[in-house]
Structure formats: C-alpha cells, structure tokens
Design a protein around this ligand. Structure first.
Ligand SMILES: Cc1cc2nc3c(=O)[nH]c(=O)nc-3n(C[C@H](O)[C@H](O)[C@H](O)COP(=O)(O)OP(=O)(O)OC[C@H]3O[C@@H](n4cnc5c(N)ncnc54)[C@H](O)[C@@H]3O)c2cc1C
Ligand code: SF4
Length: 370
C-alpha cells in the first residue's frame, strides 16, 4: 500500500469521485470555505481554526462515527508521535494541533479492522497517509466499509526527526529535559512550545522556527517526490489560510476544500447547528493562499524526478499530469537536495545558518531586479 512506490491518481479519482479531475492543481472538489470552530478553546488550541477537531467531535456526538484515527505526541516518549483511535471528545482534543515529524499512521489501522462489527471511523492524515488508506480500501472490503470519513491535511513538506535535535541545539535545550513538545498552538499562527522538566517552557513562533531556522533543511527525501499539496483523495481537506487579510487573526481560521457530498453535508450540518462559522470562498483565493507549495509540488516536481532518474534513484509512479520543468526548476531541485544533504550531517550544521543568510541576500537582490 506504500504511496512511496505507486499512486494511481487517475484510477483512485475515478473510484472515489466518479471522474478524473479537471483541475491540475487542486484535484476534484465541490466547494471551498474558510471557517473556524465556535468553541473558543478548541479554535485557540488547535493548529488553524480547529475545524478538524470540531468536526470529529461533531461526527462522534451525532453517531456518524465511533472513533477517529488521530495522532498525539507520546506521554512516555514526548518527542515521538503516536497514531491511535480516539473514541472520546477528550481524546480527540488531546490529539489536536499539527505534528511536524514523520507519523506512522498505518499502525492504528489494525485497531480499526479489529473493531466490533458495525463500528465506523474517520481517519485524519497527510496526503500521503490518505493515499495509503485509499489504496488499502481498494483491496480490503472491511476497511472500505469501516472508514466512512477521510479528513486530509494540506501538506507542503514535513521534517525528519533530526530537525528536533537541531532546534534543541538552537534553543539550548537538552533532549532528556523535554517533557512535552507542541509544534503548534497558542492562537494563530501559533508556534512551538517545549515544556521542560524544571517547570519552564521555551516558545518559538512558527515563522521563526519553521521558516527562519529550519528553512528547507531536514526535509524527508520522500517529501521531495510528493505531488499532492491539498489531500486530493480526501472527503474534506484542511489547511491554514495564508492570505494578507488574515494577518490580524490571532485565534485561527481554517481553509477547507470539500470534495465529496458526505464531507460537504457534515460541514453544512455543523454550520446549521452553530458549531462552526463557515463562509464560501473562490478557488483563486485557495491557490493564492497556497501559491508556493502548489508550485513546489505541481511545477517543480518533474525536474526533481528527472534529476533523480539521472542518478538511477527510484521514484514513485503517479498516473497524473505534472507541469513541464524548465531551467529554474532544475536549479531549485539542485538547491533543495544540497540543503537536505548538508542538514543530514551534523558536522555540516555550522554551515546551515550562514548558507541560509546567503540565500536570503540573493533573494532580496532578485526581488530588487524584478
Ligand atoms: C507536516 C504538515 C505540513 C502541513 N503543511 C501545510 C501547508 O503547506 N499549508 C497549509 O495550509 N496547511 C498545512 N498543514 C496543515 C495545518 O498545519 C493544519 O493541520 C490544518 O490547517 C488543520 O488545522 P485544524 O486547526 O483544523 O486542525 P486541528 O483541529 O488542530 O487538528 C489537527 C488534526 O490533525 C492530526 N495530525 C496532526 N499532525 C498530523 C500528522 N503529522 N500526521 C497525521 N495526522 C496529524 C491531529 O491528530 C488532529 O486530529 C500541514 C500540517 C502538517 C502536519
Ligand atoms: S510532503 Fe507529501 S510525502 Fe511528505 S509528509 Fe507531506 S504528504 Fe507526505
């Protein structure tokens, strides 16, 4: 079922939506929305507007599902994620917020398969998780019947576990002292909170630790070969709304793409019962909000695949149209693989900051010329 080997987008789209997508950037869709949970603490303590958490609670309380595959950080090993099946409101809330590290969501699928007859579940995952689950459902009838809702997160890239070591080094934190790690939360945009065993906390806003410190370092190799930014095979996809008009939002708003009638119906029922605030938006706003990640996945990917094939590396087989590469996309590919290489060797870490500063200067000069 590994989506790193093959994803037949055309066939899966036909199975799920009854047609191949006409939109090369966002896949099949019904509507685009922005919205947020109407429960303040859910909205404030989630990644974006708390829509995923609120929707799972609603589906559980309305009897649409009996549980949901979600991911929390482990209590005994706070730097490791733990996918599990949540069956209560508290468990769903405990698993809210984004985890920017690899998550083995497949380990909880056995629990779904072993559940009582008639029980139904939602799964929450990144685009690559949803690919794997949809592929598994294609050959396993029981799984297909049990999973009734697929909630996908938008995803540009992830980070490997070495990124934790690098951040702790930057923040002067010893790994053994960490008792809790949150990658998001505390309003919007929110940031990383590292709770230490002496009762203190270190906090770094997302734009600082994600953009200025981690840059494009520590990206898992697989993410450079990913063609799906918006969870194209989900019932509903959820992301942040990266638009200037939301700059002053301090609590959080989500971007939502509804793709199936099941997903769209639940969203509108939640609105009707005043659980969420929901407003339709136009497609161009979604594209504007995700402009760089969409370029990275849809326009620049072919260059990376071509480059890797030159080096006789194996690449995934997608039955999907990608945009044609050009000289800039090849240069971009070389740059990203060199950043991944240098960040993978601890003895090169001293280079990462000055190299990042150099790239910033080049980009400023480029902007001036334009
Ligand atoms: C690696 C990663 C990259 C992302 N990239 C983008 C992006 O480029 N653009 C964008 O707009 N949004 C991106 N997002 C999505 C964004 O961070 C939020 O998750 C999304 O907006 C949902 O917000 P929410 O408040 O509704 O979710 P919440 O109510 O906080 O719930 C989040 C749900 O997602 C689950 N979850 C969290 N992390 C993971 C994970 N790693 N794997 C599987 N399940 C997980 C949680 O268990 C929880 O159920 C990314 C998320 C991740 C994890
Ligand atoms: S970029 Fe693609 S492969 Fe990487 S975590 Fe996101 S969805 Fe998965």
């Amino acid at each position: 079922m590994c989506s790193g080997y093959e994803v037949d987008f055309k066939a899966l789209n036909r199975d799920i939506f009854g047609k191949e997508p006409e939109d090369p950037l966002l896949g099949n869709y019904l509507n685009f929305y922005i919205g947020h949970s109407n429960e303040y603490h859910i909205r404030y303590n989630s990644a974006s507007g708390g829509l995923v958490t609120q929707l799972l609670i609603f589906a559980l309380e309305e009897g649409i599902i009996d549980g949901a595959l979600v991911t929390k950080m482990r209590k005994d090993k706070p730097l490791e994620p733990e996918p599990f099946v949540a069956r209560t409101k508290k468990e769903i809330i405990d698993a809210s917020k984004s985890k920017y590290c690899p998550v083995p969501a497949n380990i909880a699928i056995k629990e779904i398969l072993d559940s009582k007859e008639g029980e139904r579940f939602a799964v929450v995952g990144l685009p690559c998780h949803i690919h794997g689950i949809r592929k598994a459902e294609k050959i396993n009838k029981k799984l297909r019947e049990k999973v009734v809702l697929h909630l996908g997160l938008l995803c540009s890239i992830n980070r490997n576990f070495l990124s934790q070591d690098y951040l702790f080094k930057k923040f002067n934190v010893k790994k053994e002292e960490v008792i809790k790690l949150d990658y998001r939360g505390k309003g919007w945009i929110g940031g990383m909170t590292i709770a230490l065993n002496d009762g203190t906390e270190k906090y770094s806003p997302l734009p600082i630790y994600w953009t200025q410190i981690l840059r494009q370092y520590f990206v898992p190799f697989r993410c450079t070969l990913c063609s799906d930014q918006s969870s194209e095979l989900a019932d509903l996809s959820f992301g942040d709304i990266w638009l200037p008009e939301f700059r002053d939002d301090k609590i959080g708003t989500s971007l939502i793409i509804s793709r199936t009638k099941t997903g769209d119906k639940i969203l509108n029922e939640m609105k009707f019962k005043n659980k969420v605030n929901l407003k339709k938006i136009e497609r161009y706003k979604v594209v504007e909000s995700q402009s760089y990640p969409l370029k990275f996945k849809k326009e620049y990917l072919d260059a990376r695949i071509t480059l890797l094939k030159l080096f006789r590396k194996r690449t995934p087989i997608y039955n999907q149209k990608l945009l044609k590469p050009n000289i800039i996309t090849y240069l971009h590919a070389l740059l990203i693989y060199s950043q991944i290489f240098f960040s993978s060797k601890k003895y090169f870490w001293w280079l990462l900051e000055p190299f990042g500063n150099l790239l910033d200067k080049i980009s400023k000069i480029k902007q001036k010329i334009h």
